[in-house]
Structures are given as C-alpha cells and as structure tokens.
Write a protein that binds this ligand. Structure first.
Ligand code: HEM
Ligand code: SF4
Ligand code: SF4
Length: 516
C-alpha cells in the first residue's frame, strides 16, 4: 500500500524539483535539500530567539507589552521577532517536505530506519517549541492556543487537577504558571536540537548546512518578508472573554480548528495513531537487505579509503589482527551497511589490470563480486563492439539501481552495465574499458546531481574522475571519450547518449581503436 503512495508522491515531487531546477540549478534547489534548510532555519530561529528573549518580560503582566514595544521598533526588534516567527514556520515547511521526500525516495527502510524513527520525536518537539512560543506573546491567539492545548492534555487525565483550570478566569493565571510556559519554550528547542543531532548520528558526513548561496538567499527572503509583512500580535489576552477573529499560523496550528470540531479524543488518535504508524513504516514491508561486503585481509593494506568513503559509517579501522606490517585493517558493521558498494569502488586493490586468475580486492561482495562485475563488463563491451559501425561507435553505459532505467538502451553499438551504485565503480575500470580493445566511449549515469540514493555515489565518482579524490582516474585516460549524465530521466539519458555517440563518431575514435 505504501508503495502505491510512494510512486505518485515521487512523481509529484520530481515534477516540482525539476521545475525549481531551472531557476536555482540542482545544487541550489531548495526542494532537493530540505533537511539542510530545516537545520538552517533552526539556527535563524535560535539566534533571533535569544535576542527576542532578552527584551521579553517573563511576567504575565508584562509579556504582552514587552512584545508590543519590541514590534514597534520596525528596524530591529520588529524584524527580529518576524524573523523568529517566519524561520520557525519555514522549519515546519522544510521538515515536512524533507519527510515526504525521504519517504518517496524509499530512503527510510533498512538501516535507514534509525533516521526515520528519530525524525518522529523531532516533529513533536518542533511543534511543542513553536506552539509554546505563541503562548508567550499572551495575546488572544496565545489564549486560544494555550486553552486548546491544555484541554487537549487534560483529556488524558494524567494531572489530578485539570491544567486548563489555570485559564478559567482573569485571576487564575499566575506568574508561576506563566514561568512554566516560558520554561517549555526554552527547553523544547534545546531538546529539539538534541534530537536533531541524534537524528543524523548514523549518517557519515551528514550535510547540515545548505550551500552558502541558498542559505543567503533564504535568509534574504525571510528578511524581505519580515519588512514587508511584520509579525504582529492580536489584542491582549483576556480570560474573561472568548477571542473573536484569529489569524492562525497554519504551519503550527492547523490541528486546532480540527480540535474544535472533533474534540480532543479524535486529535489524540490522529497524533498518536499517526506517529505510531510512522514508527512502524520502515518495516511495512521490511527492506530485503543485501549482504554487506566482506574485508579480504590478505588484500587490505589498511589505507582507510573505504572508511573515508562509506556514507553510513559502516566501515571502521581496527588494529591489525593478521600480523601483516600494516597498522590498521578495515572491518564492516553489517547492521549499518546499505550494500551500496561505494567502499568496493574506493579500494586501491579494485583494479582489473593487476590480477591474473580472478580479481581479488580488499573489500568485496560475495555476489556480485567485483570479479563478476569485470566479467559482465567485458561481455557488455564485446557486445557493443560487435554492434558498432562507422557512424555508431561502441559505447558502454554504466548505471546504477536507482538511476535511469537502462533496459531501454543496450541495442546495437550500445551495451549497458548496472551496479548497485555508480560509486561502486573503481576508476581503473574506466581506464580498462577505454584502453586497447575496449569500447570507444563510456557514459556514466546515476541519480540526479547532489541527489544520490546512496548519498555520495555521484559526488565521489565525479571527484575521482577529476583527480580530487583517491582512487583517482589516471591522467592517461582520454576524457573526451568519457561522459556523465546525472539524471534519472530515460529521455535525458537517451538524448545525452545520442549526443555523446555523435561526438565520438565525429572524433573518429572508433576507427583508430577499431576491431571491426
Ligand atoms: C527539523 C526537522 C529535521 C531536520 C533538521 C532533519 C535533517 C536531516 C539531515 C541533515 C539529514 C542528513 C541528510 C544527508 O546528509 O544526507 C537527514 C536525514 C534523514 N531524515 Fe531528517 N530531518 C528532520 C526531520 C525528519 C523527519 C520528521 C523525518 C521522518 C520522520 C526525517 C527522516 C530522515 C531520514 C529517513 C533521513 C536519512 C536519509 C538517508 O539515509 O539518506 N527527518 N535529516
Ligand atoms: S557497501 Fe556502502 S554502506 Fe556498506 S560498508 Fe560499503 S560503503 Fe559502507
Ligand atoms: S580501501 Fe581496501 S585496502 Fe584500503 S582499508 Fe579499505 S579494504 Fe583495506
């Protein structure tokens, strides 16, 4: 059932992501990195929150007036207050897009259950932090939200005395209770930050900062909104009357009208039921996990490249156990491994040139082993060579499980090879493919730029090809016979393949290397 939801959601998000790619480019597209933006908006809320708190009077009598006088200062206090509010709203929005995106990309099952699972308390804490902030203004909106929230809590009956009684009459709310509300608004965000840290704990080199341009652009946008449409209060709270017209902040308060209509029981059922359902989602159904790779100690020299490149911290370096003259050896924690194969692509022993009688590398899967990948690659190259002619050079397309569908290509002069992730490809395999009687050109393809299913497959591949990351592609490999297409769109891949093939034909490379 969830898969039925996933597909249309992915199609919809994908449509918007590509729309936003046009003005922003893939790297600065806010829809492609909502998690980093949520972090950024947290920091904006935190910094502006400290400023606002300095000017805030924490007593029930002075709270409203202190916020009012802050707001009157349109150039600083008012802007800080508005930034604080709008950054919190933006955090809700980006967190929801992030959640929907991870779900639609199927990045929530298997070993990723941890980030998904810990994301759920993050949502609760985010709402607790935001809603408790609205209480502090102590205007009519605060009154409405505070009473609604307390009635909601009272329905559970965990406190002997109903908490909502604190709001019964003008005199029933005292400074002590108000201090409790202030306390919740300070510690809620602190816990939120703590949970955000737990949330990304298992992710190696997690990206918590958006690219600088996107951060500046988002900040300028919030600033412009703060000047154009400053955050203002409603009239002061008056417990003797029911607030009339309210402008709800729909990001945080969408459930309150539902509360009025359906009552607290239904709302708890939605909130708790929804959270529980989300908790078990990673196992509905559980991801069939491919076995993790194993380290072959006799090939491992402890160089740490697999450790550096693993996106999930599944590789660790341990003291040597086999007496060979190296300080360290790699070990794999299968519980953290997504079986992406990036470590296999990183190992300097993963070379098709060095071996006779089968390729043995430092870290490898049982199935498919890198040796079988090499065999499949040799078969594919043979097929492409057999199908080539003067106008159609032999091209090998190497893609991955999560990129564009390769089944539609692979006729005549073009053959394909699929890996679990493009980062599993050792650069020396490209050298091998383009040397001697290999193929005329290699086209690499995979997930969208900056959007790799296994996080770093595309980036590490690009860095290895550009000589920025070990193991790098040797200088002697003719770059004009290599091409990359980072798109999951079959049409985009087909178009790039045609252009690349035409370019190779014009270069006449296949005639020089030819074995026609
Ligand atoms: C304020 C809220 C949140 C923030 C700031 C946040 C931030 C992040 C960040 C920075 C990452 C690492 C991305 C990377 O480096 O590849 C991440 C990963 C992830 N987040 Fe969140 N997140 C939030 C809420 C949520 C929620 C509510 C869920 C779902 C319940 C969720 C699910 C995930 C998952 C499944 C991953 C793992 C992705 C992977 O393994 O590739 N997040 N989040
Ligand atoms: S297969 Fe991927 S997740 Fe597993 S150890 Fe290797 S790099 Fe890490
Ligand atoms: S990359 Fe290969 S040689 Fe280096 S530590 Fe990992 S397994 Fe050992």
């Amino acid at each position: 059932m969830l898969t039925l939801l996933q597909y249309p959601l992915r199609r919809t998000l994908d449509w918007f992501e590509r729309l936003f790619d046009r003005p922003f480019g893939a790297k600065w597209n806010p829809l492609r990195q909502p998690g980093t933006l949520a972090f950024f908006f947290f920091w904006v809320s935190a910094v502006t929150g400290i400023y606002v708190f300095i000017l805030f009077d924490t007593s029930i009598g002075g709270a409203f007036l202190s916020v009012e006088s802050m707001t009157e200062q349109w150039y600083l206090g008012g802007v800080m207050r508005s930034l604080h509010r709008y950054a919190s709203d933006a955090m809700v929005l980006t967190a929801i897009v992030h959640l929907a995106r991870e779900f639609s990309l199927d990045r929530y099952r298997g070993v990723r259950w941890f980030s998904w699972f810990t994301g759920i308390p993050v949502i609760w804490l985010l709402f607790l932090s935001g809603i408790s902030g609205y209480w502090l203004v102590w205007d009519q909106l605060a009154q409405y939200v505070a009473i609604g929230s307390m009635e909601w809590i009272d329905w559970l009956g965990i406190f002997g005395e109903p908490v909502a009684n604190n709001f019964l009459s003008r005199d029933s709310l005292d400074d002590r209770f108000f201090s409790l509300l202030v306390f919740i608004h300070i510690f809620g965000p602190l816990f939120l930050l703590f949970m955000m840290w737990i949330h990304i704990l298992r992710i190696n080199r997690s990206r918590t900062n958006p690219p600088r341009g996107l951060a500046i652009g988002s900040f300028v946008m919030l600033l412009a909104l703060s000047f154009a449409h400053p955050a203002v209060s409603h009239g002061p709270a008056d417990l003797g009357m029911v607030p009339a017209v309210l402008n709800l902040d729909w990001f945080f308060m969408a459930l309150y009208p539902a509360f009025d209509a359906w009552g607290p029981g239904a709302l708890w059922a939605i909130a708790f039921g929804g959270s529980l359902f989300m908790c078990i989602m990673p196992w509905l159904p559980p991801l069939k996990r491919a076995p993790a790779p194993e380290v072959l100690l006799e090939q491992c020299n402890g160089c740490t490249r697999c450790f550096e490149d693993c996106p999930y911290g599944a590789v660790s370096m341990q003291p040597r156990t086999d007496g060979r003259p190296f300080a360290k050896e790699a070990t794999v924690n299968a519980d953290l491994c997504t079986a992406c194969g990036i470590c296999v692509g990183a190992c300097p022993m993963s070379t098709p040139f060095r071996h006779s009688g089968g390729l043995k590398t430092g870290i490898d899967f049982q199935d498919p082993s890198l040796d079988s990948v090499q065999t499949n690659m040799a078969d594919a190259m043979q097929k492409a060579r057999e199908g080539r002619n003067r106008e159609q050079p032999a091209v090998l397309v190497i893609g991955c499980d999560h990129g564009a569908d390769l089944s539609a290509i692979g006729a005549g002069n073009v053959a394909s090879l699929k890996l679990s992730c493009i980062g599993m490809l050792p650069p020396s395999f490209l050298d091998y493919a383009l040397a001697g009687d290999g193929v005329d050109g290699v086209l690499l393809t995979g997930c969208g730029d900056g959007d790799c299913f296994h996080r770093f497959g595309v980036q590490w591949t690009e860095d290895r090809m550009a000589g920025l990351r070990d193991p790098y592609l040797r200088k002697r490999v003719p770059r004009e016979r290599l091409h990359a297409c980072w798109s999951t769109e079959p049409d985009a891949l087909a178009a790039e393949l045609k252009t690349f093939s035409d370019r190779l034909a014009a270069q006449g490379e296949h005639e020089e290397t030819g074995d026609e």
